[in-house]
Design a protein around this ligand. Structure first.
Ligand SMILES: Nc1ncnc2c1ncn2[C@@H]1O[C@H](COP(=O)(O)OP(=O)(O)OP(=O)(O)O)[C@@H](O)[C@H]1O
Ligand SMILES: [Mg+2]
Length: 349
């Protein structure tokens, strides 16, 4: 009898603790659910604004359905995260899916990037540019609604491949280089006003279902009105891809994009990231290492070891194009039109 009293006491305590924890968890879940509902209601009550750029893919999509689907997104739907926000895969129905970039409000720079990206993207339609279908602005968050690229980014394909996946063959790498060059050339030379990308890198080159390259992300783009100064004074971009003059002037120019594109070419050729640890340890970088290799005429030794076979002459030519893009003096770098032409010629011979 004497031993059963503490036992009853402990069991009672356990039961009370169990019930209390259930109540706390339920309250937390309810608070989360109520918050989500409030966001949806606020958004639908007119505080949220959804803009869709006349595209057949989004015509059937109502703001309500869109916000509801967005609220259901979880970590499992994340495609990746970058400097401006998180990108989710949003499946609306069996035949409709988007890539949604969620940008949190409350940070002045992010909002600036958001507006810039929208203005630059709204009218841009090209086979080598990721389409922006629309956007959604609400008090709590901003969303960019992009075309979903089923093959992800070049960065993932080159550097984050699982062992079961086949490495990219030479032909695919060439096609990606030409496609990305065509997209960038369009931004620089055919868009009015012209667009400087400012953040060309392998994670901003996405791949459609046919592995055709699409340039994405104009959050850092600078619109250049014809007749206005063709430079911008805000430093932006990603370490490893930045042209040397950025560090002196902080200015973004089309020739800065050409340099960053040259770094992407080196990634395609060598399979190495510009910030590869082995370079950092040696106090060097990909660009310096490749320049040394080229001076010795040993380009073949720098080629990605994953490439089982490659045409040596063609590879040398692409190294030479990259080298031109990476000229320290921006005025000596080719334009993207010239880069595109050189890459196309490399392939056809
Ligand atoms: N339209 C898209 N379709 C499919 N995947 C995408 C799409 N947009 C982005 N992603 C994926 O989400 C990842 C994160 O993209 P995000 O643009 O946020 O970051 P980032 O490109 O690494 O850096 P930055 O913010 O400088 O652009 C990308 O690397 C890519 O894998
Ligand atoms: Mg990006």
């Amino acid at each position: 009898m004497g031993g059963s009293t503490p036992m009853v006491f402990y069991i009672t305590i356990c039961c009370v603790a169990f019930v209390a924890s259930k109540i706390v968890v339920s309250l937390l879940c309810y608070k989360r659910w109520a918050k989500k509902r409030r966001i949806i209601e606020d958004s639908l009550a007119g505080e949220g604004k959804m803009v869709m750029f006349r595209s057949p893919a989004t015509q059937a999509l109502s703001a309500k359905a869109f916000v509801k689907n967005t609220m259901k997104l979880t970590n499992k739907d994340i495609l990746g995260s970058g400097g401006y926000g998180t990108v989710y895969k949003l499946v609306v129905d069996e035949s409709t899916a988007f890539a949604v970039k969620k940008l949190n409000r409350g940070n002045e720079n992010r909002d600036l990037g958001f507006e810039r990206e929208l203005n630059a993207m709204a009218d841009i339609k090209h086979r080598n540019i990721v389409t922006l279908h629309g956007y959604y602005v609400a008090p709590q968050f901003n969303l960019l609604i992009y075309e979903l690229m089923p093959n992800g980014s070049l960065d993932a394909l080159l550097h984050r491949r699982s062992p079961e996946e086949k490495p990219l063959d030479w032909e695919s790498r060439c096609r990606i280089a030409v496609g990305a060059a065509r997209g960038l050339s369009y931004l620089h030379h055919d868009c009015i006003p012209h667009v400087i990308h400012r953040d060309i890198k392998s994670s901003n080159i996405l791949l459609d279902r046919n592995l055709e390259a699409r340039v994405s992300d104009f959050g850092l783009a600078t619109l250049m009105e014809p007749g206005r100064s063709h430079v911008s004074t805000m430093a932006a971009g990603t370490f490893g891809y930045l042209p040397p003059e950025y560090f002196d002037t902080g200015r973004a120019t089309t020739k800065g994009d050409v340099y960053s594109f040259g770094v992407v070419l080196l990634e395609l050729l060598t399979g190495k990231r510009p910030t590869d640890e082995s370079f950092v340890e040696e106090g060097s970088k990909l660009v310096t290492w490749v320049k040394g290799v080229m001076e010795d005429g040993r380009e073949e030794h720098a080629v990605d070891s994953e490439l089982a076979c490659f045409p040596a002459e063609e590879v040398k030519k692409v190294f030479a194009v990259a080298d031109k893009c990476l000229e320290p003096d921006p005025s000596r770098r080719p334009t993207m039109i010239e880069v595109l032409k050189m890459l196309e010629q490399t392939q056809s011979k």
